[in-house]
Design a protein around this ligand. Structure first.
Ligand code: KG4
Ligand code: ZN
Length: 332
C-alpha cells in the first residue's frame, strides 16, 4: 500500500491506496472552509496551523495499515509554502520511521490523476485545469509529461469566483455559492465584456472581469438578493464564455491529432465541479467529436486520493526523492 498526503492549500487529506489494484483503502479529508470564510479567502498562517492539528489526527486512523505501507507520496509543489511544509514534514518523518521511499508529487499532476482513481490511465488527452490557483489547457502525454498550451496572465477561474463571492459578502469558497446564486439570476442583466475577445493571444485573464464586477457592485450600492443573483449569473456566463472562446481556438488546432488517438478531453480541478461549465464544455467537445472525461465530484477539489493515484505510477517507475532533497515550492 501507498500512503499519500495533500496539504497544498486549505484541505488536510490522507489516503491509502493498494499499489497493485489501485484500490482506495482509506481516504479522509478535513476542510478549513468555515475557518477561512470569515476572511473571504485562505489565510496561509491559519491554514498551516490547522493542518498541524488535522494531519496527525487523520494519520492516527491510518496506524493499523503502517505494516503494509511501502511508500509515502506527498504534494510538494505548487501551493502555499507554509501549508506544503506541513505535509512534507509529515511525509519525511514517515519515510524515516517506516523506512520507506518518499515520492514528491506535483499538485497539477495530482489533479490530472484524479481522473484515474481506481482506474487505468488513458493518454494522450487534452485537459482543462480550473482550480483556485490555475487556469490551464494541457496536452497530457502520460502521468508524468504534459505541455502547457495556454495559461492565465493573471488570476485564475476559481479565484475569480472567490473574489466575486467576497465582493457580494457570500463567504469562501466562492465557486459553489456563486454557481448556486447564478441559477436564479438573469445572466444578461450586466453586459460584462469577455476578456481578450479581440486578441489573438491564446491565454486567459480574469483580473479585468473581476474589476467589471467590482464597478457594477459599487454602482448598485445597497444590493438586493436578486441583484446579487443577477451579478453571479452575468459573471459566470462571461467567465465561462472566455474559457470557451479560447478553448475553441485551441481545439481547432489540436482536436484532430487527439481524435486520431483516443479523442479525450478532460476537465480537472476544484472548479470542474461547476455544472454550468461542464454543460458548456460538453457541447464544445461534441462539436469537435471529442469525448468528455470528468473526475467524480468528490475528487474534483483537493484530496489525497489523487496524490496517491499519481504516487502509484511514480512508485512503479522508482521515482523517489531523498528526504534531504525534497523541495517545497509555491510555483512550478
Ligand atoms: O482544486 P482546488 O480544490 O484547489 C486548488 O488547487 O486551488 O480548487 C478550489 C477552487 C476555489 O477557487 C473554488 O471557489 C473553486 O475551485 N470552485 C468552483 C466551484 N467549486 C469549487 N468554482 C466554480 N464553480 C464551482 N462549483
Ligand atoms: Zn488543487
Amino acid at each position: 500500500m501507498l500512503l499519500s498526503i495533500e496539504s497544498s492549500c486549505d484541505d488536510s487529506s490522507i489516503a491509502i491506496t493498494e499499489i497493485s489494484s489501485k484500490k482506495l483503502i482509506f481516504h479522509k479529508k478535513i476542510s478549513q472552509e468555515k475557518e477561512h470564510s470569515f476572511y473571504g479567502g485562505v489565510v496561509p498562517e491559519l491554514a498551516a496551523r490547522l493542518h498541524a492539528v488535522a494531519l496527525p489526527k487523520i494519520l492516527e486512523e491510518c496506524r493499523i495499515y503502517f505494516d503494509s505501507i511501502k511508500a509515502v507520496a506527498v504534494t510538494n509543489e505548487p501551493g502555499l509554502s507554509v501549508t506544503l511544509v506541513e505535509g512534507v514534514t509529515m511525509a519525511k518523518a514517515l519515510s524515516v520511521a517506516l523506512n520507506i521511499p518518499l515520492i514528491a508529487v506535483n499538485h497539477l499532476k495530482g489533479h490530472i490523476s484524479s481522473l484515474f482513481i481506481e482506474k487505468d490511465g488513458i493518454f494522450p488527452m487534452l485537459a482543462l485545469l480550473v482550480s483556485g490557483g490555475h487556469t490551464q489547457v494541457l496536452k497530457v502525454n502520460d502521468f508524468f509529461n504534459y505541455k502547457i498550451l495556454a495559461t492565465t496572465l493573471d488570476d485564475s477561474f476559481g479565484e475569480s469566483f472567490d473574489k466575486v463571492a467576497k465582493m457580494l459578502g457570500l463567504g469562501y469558497p466562492g465557486g459553489p455559492v456563486v454557481e448556486e446564486y447564478a441559477k436564479k439570476g438573469d445572466e444578461n442583466r450586466f453586459g460584462f465584456t469577455t476578456p481578450l475577445y479581440n486578441s489573438n493571444k491564446i491565454a486567459f485573464s480574469y483580473s479585468g472581469l473581476k474589476n467589471q464586477v467590482r464597478l457594477a457592485v459599487e454602482s448598485l450600492g445597497d444590493m438586493s438578493k436578486q441583484d446579487k443573483q443577477d451579478i453571479c449569473a452575468s459573471f459566470q456566463k462571461t467567465a465561462t464564455a472566455h474559457l470557451l472562446h479560447k478553448l475553441k481556438n485551441i481545439l481547432k488546432k489540436e482536436a484532430n491529432g487527439i481524435k486520431e488517438q483516443n479523442g479525450i478531453f478532460s476537465i480537472v480541478g476544484g472548479a470542474s465541479a461547476n455544472e454550468y461549465l461542464r454543460a458548456k464544455i460538453l457541447m464544445l467537445t461534441r462539436e469537435f467529436g471529442l469525448e468528455l472525461e470528468l473526475s467524480k465530484l468528490k475528487y474534483c477539489s483537493d484530496n489525497a486520493a489523487m496524490i496517491g493515484r499519481y504516487g502509484i505510477e511514480a512508485y512503479k517507475h522508482n521515482y523517489f526523492v531523498n528526504i534531504n532533497d525534497i523541495k517545497v515550492s509555491p510555483r512550478l
